[in-house]
Design a protein around this ligand. Structure first.
Ligand SMILES: CC(C)(COP(=O)(O)OP(=O)(O)OC[C@H]1O[C@@H](n2cnc3c(N)ncnc32)[C@H](O)[C@@H]1OP(=O)(O)O)[C@@H](O)C(=O)NCCC(=O)NCCS
Length: 171
């Protein structure tokens, strides 16, 4: 696929099957600390049960390639951000960074949030570099926060305040 214009669109029920396949991929399960396989009905039930939750499909040239999520805490004007390019072959081509920029625009301009935070496993180099490039500040490390396959792994916490947000030229 040629690099096309990245956009965020409403997430549709018809995106569930693709999303579940991505989330069941062993690398993605590791990234998000998922310990079991999910199926479409579990995923749909889980999505329908969420509140203060915004999920957008990341699309390039009409192809759904990943998802971008904000879990809102309205009383604190903040959100927890998650993003993934589900199609592994399309990673490393600038699309994650562009989608992140669009999601931050939703967070800070549309929703008028004050703070966006996120977590990364300390071994997720690509994600940490991307968040650093977008201006996120490393705020600390939760030691041995993730228990997976018999091993405890540290996770970093990152934050970006509205005042620190720099709008990328790509967005
Ligand atoms: C993390 C993720 C969203 C990044 O999206 P991407 O499209 O692959 O990344 P981009 O091509 O937009 O790169 C943006 C920046 O990230 C960093 N980066 C991306 N891939 C990298 C890699 N393999 N190694 C080191 N840095 C990397 C670079 O700083 C890059 O900027 P540069 O190209 O100017 O150097 C994507 O790799 C992904 O979905 N990974 C699996 C799920 C995941 O880890 N999600 C984040 C959970 S915290």
């Amino acid at each position: 696929m040629k690099n096309g214009e990245v956009c965020l669109r409403s997430y549709l029920v018809s995106d569930d099957e693709r999303t579940v396949a991505w989330l069941n991929d062993p690398e993605m399960k590791n990234t998000f600390g998922l310990t079991y396989q999910i199926d479409v009905s579990m995923h749909r039930k889980w999505l329908d049960a969420q509140c203060d939750f915004l999920i957008k499909a990341i699309e390039v040239n009409g192809q759904h390639i990943g998802n971008a999520i904000l879990r809102l805490t309205p009383r604190h004007k903040s959100a927890l951000l998650e993003i993934y390019i589900g199609e592994a072959s399309l990673r490393g081509r600038g699309m994650g960074f562009r989608a992140l920029g669009l999601l931050l625009k939703v967070a800070f301009k549309e929703l008028k949030l004050h703070r966006v935070k996120l977590f990364t496993r300390i071994d997720n180099i690509a994600a940490q570099k991307m968040y650093e490039k977008a201006g996120f500040v490393l705020e600390g490390c939760e030691r041995q926060a993730i228990y997976q396959d018999g091993v405890f792994v540290d996770q970093n916490i990152w934050g970006l305040l509205f005042d620190e947000w720099v709008v990328s030229e790509d967005v």
